[in-house]
Design a binder for this molecule. Structure first.
Ligand code: APR
Length: 316
């Protein structure tokens, strides 16, 4: 049977994610929903009209939903649901400032996803990411492997881009890794980063690596400060769409994602940015990588910071 993916939220993040998913041409159907009347239908119509030019056969369906769940029938049978609903940051805001507003939205969306697409893998991208992922699992009551969040692939992509630019080398020659939270306790991992297979630390001075680490940690805020009206969506949607594709194709690709950690790195019982093998059931397995002592300590600190926030989530 053909694959079906739903994107909830037809804002910047949702519409660009839907576009990428449609252009992959691996899904039968991409459903895009929003609470705004007409907008998802307009985006679907527009994307479908691009098919003749871009040469894809995926059908995009746009549906307006309401808080009571009306319209959600359209997501039935989805293999993957990407939740992008929620407010983005404005300049000066931290992702955590969105907690209460977005918790209400994500809970309501997740409850409807559980009802109408009970077998879907859920990929959360709404911020604050780690907390919203934890909340989506609580609200859906799905097995933890079937609820994951997008952040690590984006943060890693940002780090990679900064390194490639700084060294004037092709992006392809650079491999980086970013773990931890999608926020202040993000953990870029220089020890696992390479340029043309050589350790990053051999080709870049420590101070410059540190500068890029800090820039990566503030990568979202830098875009927000420039855009002024909202947050990033091109790189974020690229990452989320790749994750959804990996699920649909059961590819087993290893990606940095926000996943439930249960003993890996000596950390348990928390949603956290780690590498994981992604397949039809979501997270197949968390993949532990070698970290140096500082990086491991930073990851544990991130876990505790996220745990403290995530424990507030169940009442939201
Ligand atoms: N159900 C469906 N859609 C909703 C709901 C809901 N209950 N509540 C809000 N939305 C929709 C809005 O109507 C809007 O169209 O979510 C969309 C959000 O779009 P934008 O404001 O353009 O924000 P975007 O840049 O897409 O970011 C979405 O991703 O990166 C994160 O921090 C960001 O939390 C934000 C999310």
């Amino acid at each position: 049977m053909g694959k079906k993916v739903t994107v909830v939220g037809a804002g910047f993040y949702g519409s660009t994610t839907a576009q990428r998913l449609a252009e992959y041409d691996v899904f039968d159907t991409v459903v895009i929903t929003d609470i705004i009347e007409g907008k998802p239908a307009g985006i679907a119509l527009d994307l479908n009209q691009s098919r003749a030019v871009e040469g894809f056969e995926t059908t995009v369906v746009g549906v307006t939903t309401d808080k009571n769940g009306e319209g959600y029938e359209a997501i039935e049978g989805s293999d993957v649901v990407v939740i992008t609903a929620g407010l983005p940051r404005k300049p000066g805001m931290s992702r955590m400032d969105l907690l209460e507003t977005n918790a209400k939205i994500v809970r309501q969306v997740a409850e409807n996803v559980a009802k109408y697409a009970p077998n879907a893998v859920v990929i959360v991208v709404s911020n604050p990411l780690d907390e919203m992922t934890a909340l989506a699992q609580i609200a859906t009551q799905f097995p933890r492997n079937r609820v994951l969040g997008q952040a690590g692939m984006l943060d890693t992509a940002r780090f990679t881009n900064f390194v490639a630019e700084a060294l004037s080398v092709p992006v392809k020659s650079v491999k980086t890794l970013t773990l931890g939270s999608h926020g202040d306790t993000m953990v870029p991992v220089p020890s696992q980063s390479t340029v043309d297979g050589k350790p990053l630390r051999e080709v870049m001075p420590a101070e410059q690596i540190e500068e890029l680490v800090v820039r990566t940690r503030n990568g979202g805020a830098e875009v927000v400060a420039l855009l002024k009206t909202g947050s990033a969506y091109y790189a974020p949607s690229a990452a989320a769409a790749r994750m959804a594709k990996a699920v649909a194709e059961d590819s087993g690709e290893v990606m940095p994602v926000c996943a439930w950690v249960d003993g890996e790195y000596g950390i348990s019982g928390v949603y956290l940015g780690v590498e994981a093998e992604i397949g039809a059931q979501g997270v197949k397995r968390v993949v532990e990588t070698d970290l140096d002592a500082d990086e491991l300590a930073a990851l544990k600190e991130a876990a505790e910071a996220v745990r403290a926030k995530q424990s507030d989530i169940s009442s939201m």
